[in-house]
Write a protein that binds this ligand. Structure first.
Ligand SMILES: Nc1ncnc2c1ncn2[C@@H]1O[C@H](COP(=O)(O)OP(=O)(O)OP(=O)(O)O)[C@@H](O)[C@H]1O
Ligand SMILES: [Mg+2]
Length: 241
């Protein structure tokens, strides 16, 4: 599909949701372009994961629209959005317990209609430097390789946007540097839009083109990372809250 020609590549407007009888998100507006890395930061409980759940189609919002390539996708289910090119990763990298790496990648290929060839899986594994043997059991994988296995499963479908929920969580610094490089390559060389949720601000410093700060279900600041850090509202909510 032609991402270049879309006026509105990916956005949401006036998103709100109630969960457990409480309003968890209100009036959320975001917009991201192909090749852009948009960081979403905010303290625990700000609603970052809930927003991703709405954007990927797992939660249904109370108000508002999600727009992808100029079309309203409110009615599209999770798997439909995935097939349309919207990939997502989870805060905790849960892998199928009873499968090997190769079996998992095969299942991922077969989740696509038509089935993807094995070369697509090999290509995606290369992109994220996922080099473990394919007969290794998933349960033997460390956190970093679990994340790489899941990224491989997403990238073989050639997504146009990836929604990532704290991809650096549970990783050491050298691994985080590698993730940064991978995300830079995916966005800047492959023109994939990357929306990355993170609660440690410093992790976005090197990769985010722009950041949005959320607190208690609302967007409280948006712009350059350096500018938002200096914003008094952000200091109050984020650093002293
Ligand atoms: N399914 C649910 N039912 C009820 N409340 C929920 C549900 N999911 C999330 N919440 C509540 O919504 C609020 C926002 O949660 P969310 O997980 O979206 O925050 P977050 O910004 O991702 O936080 P963290 O940085 O800890 O991951 C929290 O108060 C949480 O308890
Ligand atoms: Mg979260």
């Amino acid at each position: 599909m032609d991402t270049e020609l879309s006026k509105n590549f990916f956005s949401c407007n006036d998103i709100s949701i109630d969960l457990g009888g409480r309003e968890i998100l209100r009036n959320i507006n975001i917009n991201i372009k192909p090749g852009e890395v948009l960081g979403i930061i905010g303290p625990n409980g700000a609603g970052k994961t809930s927003l991703i759940e709405i954007l990927c189609g797992r939660y249904k919002q109370k108000t508002g629209d999600v727009i992808y390539k100029d079309k309203n996708i409110n009615d599209k289910k999770l798997f439909e959005r995935a097939r349309m090119g919207i990939g997502r990763t989870y805060q905790t990298p849960v892998v199928p317990e009873d499968l090997t790496v190769g079996e998992t990648l095969k299942a991922a290929r077969q989740a696509n209609k038509p089935y993807l060839p094995i070369t697509d899986a090999e290509y995606a594994a290369d992109l994220v430097k996922f080099t473990v043997d394919w007969d290794v059991e998933n349960t033997k994988l460390e956190t970093f390789n679990r994340r790489k296995l899941l990224m491989t499963s997403i990238l073989m479908r050639e997504p146009d946007i990836i929604l990532m929920d704290e991809p650096a969580s549970g990783l050491i610094n050298a691994e985080i540097d590698e993730i940064d490089n991978t995300l830079r390559m995916l966005s800047k060389e492959m023109n994939i839009a990357v929306l990355i949720v993170e609660h440690r601000i410093e992790l976005l410093e090197t990769i985010a083109d722009r950041v949005i700060v959320m607190d208690a279900g609302e967007i409280i600041a948006e712009g350059d990372l350096k500018d938002v850090i200096d914003n008094p509202k952000v200091k109050e909510a984020y650093f002293e809250g």
